[in-house]
Design a protein around this ligand. Structure first.
Ligand code: 1PR
Length: 530
């Protein structure tokens, strides 16, 4: 029997779903004494090191967990479940880890690389282990800003390393105690195979001559993300729709491009590296009353084992009974339903307006800060809905301008990128650079950069927009809006250096299969997850 140590933060539903899909059953650790009764223990940790360790201490789990581990009993830690084995982490100074492995967890120092290390990388298996018995170098999904460095003190624990600026420990094992920095439940088939080896009790078996480790560096892949804009149609059914410059209606009807769960499953099977749902009328409906959206997430997370992002309506609400819900309450519901990341659009613009009015001072009140504090920076994506504002000269506006390749409608040679709220319905006096920088300062972990001008046009990504934001922040940026052919993907990666490209229309309309995009990028020498 496998026991799951779920301390209540982060998306553990996907791990449960993966274990269920592999045909195994779980028991829950509900009290400290359950830990020493466990035959096999899985500890999935998402979010901040300190929050995880404080929760474990508060639940009285630390001492029995140390005793369980000291006895060398079967354990698989995931992400924070690996980091907790160390003495402590720079992410949470003063908070002790379990201290099983000597040394501390340190923040990435990866000059020129975005932090968090969020996406697909492979593992260099340093010694044989049943956990990696049939691993053949496939990409695995990582999402972390801190890592354990391999050194002589932890050499007897080192099972696999991965490169991101410098090598870090991507898997550790000693006897039957093992842990991985990546998320096997989010790493597609390769991750599910590793999980199965542990669930089947094979981790302690004889070393199996697996895939030979190789000396060359591991390679971080660019991500291809499928996006499903979702809303109720006039009949009240939740459908996948698609805007043309954010206008989702065709002949008066909401465009209906399919059922959300079915399309998400199709894109997962076609090789999408992530799936993003955007509840595009979330700004006006109360998402927690929007059970269909939560059900879409729940059903999708039962069969899609790559990261799921959900956006739309994540902000404070007061419902019809005058009951107040914070943005964190809304995000909690989405995480519990199976989301790995949430994306905030309109509320981020309003939060940044207040932040700028305070001269850039943080007061801990924003949804970004509060959700990142509990779930970690990597769980908070900012969805930006910008549109071009053309001007005759740089002096015509306080905002940073770009000299555009294509002049404006009246021949204006410059433009700035204005942020909007409510799905582009309302422009605000905030530009994309100040919004992105402010959100990074507030603790966001990633930028989803849409473009109202390019949305649905198939004219290609707005490279001038993407370059502006890519240059402004140190967190990953997803280019979105406008993909119309294979070349648009290689163009945006080559011209801007973004970590991911998102598309909707060309996938929904079956114009370009995801695998065709990936094959083309591989031919262009761009690293992708096969
Ligand atoms: O403001 O926090 O409630 O979030 C609302 C979310 O819904 C935001 O992420 C916003 O981008 C999105 N949204 C709101 N209205 C629309 C609309 O279309 N009317 N979707 C909308 C905007 C952007 C992408 C799109 C890409 C790729 N869609 O999701 O899929 O642009 O398009 P393409 O490849 O077809 O060109 P909040």
């Amino acid at each position: 029997m496998i026991s799951l140590l779920d301390y209540g933060a982060g998306n553990v539903r996907s791990l449960r779903n993966a274990i269920h899909a592999l045909g195994f059953r779980l028991t829950e650790i509900e009290r400290p004494e359950d830990i020493l009764k466990a035959e096999r223990l899985i500890f999935p940790g998402v979010g901040a090191f300190g929050a995880a360790m404080e929760r474990l201490r508060g639940l009285g789990y630390v001492e029995p967990l140390k005793e369980y581990l000291a006895a060398g009993r079967p354990y698989l830690g995931i992400c924070i479940g690996l980091q907790a084995l160390f003495e402590g982490s720079d992410e949470s100074p003063g908070v002790a880890g379990l201290g099983l492995i000597p040394g501390r967890i340190r923040r990435f120092e990866a000059p020129g690389l975005s932090i968090p290390h969020m996406g697909w990388n492979d593992a260099r298996v340093e010694r044989e282990s049943p956990l990696f018995a049939d691993y053949a170098g496939e990409k695995l999904y990582f999402v972390h800003s801190y890592r354990a460095e391999p050194n002589p003190e932890n050499a007897d624990w080192c099972l696999a390393t991965t490169d991101y600026g410098a090598p870090f420990l991507s898997a550790v094992q000693k006897g039957r105690v093992g842990a991985v920095q990546f998320h096997p439940e989010k790493s597609g088939a390769a991750g599910l195979r590793l999980l199965r080896h542990f669930l089947a009790g094979e981790e302690g078996g004889a070393p199996v001559a697996g895939w030979a480790s190789r000396a060359e560096p591991t390679r971080f892949a660019k991500r291809i993300i499928a996006c499903l804009d979702v809303r109720a149609n006039d009949a009240g059914d939740l459908v996948v729709t698609k805007g043309d410059q954010y206008d989702v209606r065709e002949a008066g009807e909401v465009r209906n491009l399919g059922k959300p769960v079915e399309l998400a499953q199709r894109y997962y099977e076609e090789g999408a590296d992530e799936i993003t749902f955007l509840n595009i009328t979330g700004f006006r409906d109360f998402p927690l009353s929007d059970q269909p959206m939560l059900e879409v997430l729940q059903r999708t997370s039962e069969q899609v084992f790559v990261p799921l992002t959900i956006g739309g309506g994540i902000r404070a609400f007061t419902d019809g009974d005058s009951r107040h819900y914070s943005a964190l309450d809304v995000a909690n519901a989405y995480f519990r339903a199976g989301a790995d990341k949430i994306s905030i659009g309109s509320d981020a613009v309003e939060a940044v307006e207040a932040y700028l009015a305070r001269g850039g001072a943080k007061d801990g009140s924003t949804a970004i800060e509060r959700i990142a504090e509990v779930y970690g920076n990597q769980a908070v994506v900012i969805s930006i809905d910008p549109r071009r504002v053309y001007v005759d000269s740089a002096e015509a506006t306080r905002h940073p301008v770009v000299e555009t390749v294509t002049p404006g409608p009246n021949g204006e040679p410059y433009c700035w990128f204005q942020c909007t709220i409510k799905g582009g319905r309302e422009g605000r006096d905030v530009d994309v650079v100040e919004l992105a920088r402010a959100c990074e300062d507030l603790g966001a972990g990633e930028i989803l950069l849409n473009s109202i001008d390019r949305d649905g046009t198939g004219a290609g990504f707005d490279l001038e927009l993407v370059r502006s934001v890519r240059a402004a922040v140190g967190i990953p940026v997803i280019a979105s809006s406008g993909a119309g052919c294979l070349e648009h993907f290689s163009e945006v990666f080559a011209a801007t250096g973004v970590e991911a490209a998102l598309a909707a229309g060309i996938f929904h309309r079956r114009e370009v299969p995801i695998q065709a995009v990936k094959s083309y990028l591989r031919e262009q020498g761009i690293e992708i997850r096969t």
